[in-house]
Design a protein around this ligand. Structure first.
Ligand code: ZN
Ligand code: ZN
Length: 166
């Protein structure tokens, strides 16, 4: 597959999560259980995918995964990601382009937000300080008061232009 030049820059922009080493049997045990519940097996390919998603500091596309050396065909990647999504381990994200991006669900990672490039569709993770998350909790309470909903969680994304597109 020919590699467009832009991909090379994307690759350099990848950074490993600091806590990547924390990845242990915990996450694998949870995913294994989730797959069992949907009568699927935790194959080596799916295990590799979970590890790659865990190591990425942002939602990744299938070309990103190929670039990172996923030892699976593109069609296997699609199928395995779909199965991991069905069982609740992986979240598929729509961006400003038409390319699907994937990340582990928050139960398997940590609570975070996204910054989205309105030009190329790139998404990066943003972890906000506790004081801001507390303020967002107050905003949720206000939403509950105004509309009589129970509010379980929040989503917040920032839209702008990434360094490559600036
Ligand atoms: Zn961009
Ligand atoms: Zn938050």
């Amino acid at each position: 597959m020919p590699r467009p030049r832009a991909r090379v820059r994307l690759f350099h922009a990848f950074s490993e999560r600091v806590y990547a080493l924390r990845m242990s049997t915990d996450i694998h045990a949870i995913v294994d259980e989730q797959l069992r519940r949907t009568r699927q097996r935790y194959t080596l390919g799916r295990r590799q995918l979970v590890e790659m998603l865990h190591a990425a500091s942002r939602p990744v596309t299938i070309p990103d995964l190929m670039e990172r050396g996923a030892s699976q065909s593109q069609s296997s990647l699609y199928r395995n990601l779909a199965i991991l999504e069905q069982c609740g381990a992986v979240h598929r994200i729509a961006s400003t382009d038409d390319v699907a991006r994937y990340e582990l669900t928050e139960a398997l990672s940590e609570h975070h937000h996204h910054v989205v490039c309105s030009s190329c569709g790139r998404i990066d993770d943003v972890v906000l300080p506790p004081a801001i998350e507390r303020a967002l909790g107050e905003a949720a309470a206000e939403a509950r008061r105004q509309r009589d909903y129970t509010v379980d969680s929040h989503r917040l994304e920032f839209v702008g232009t990434c360094a490559d597109c600036a």
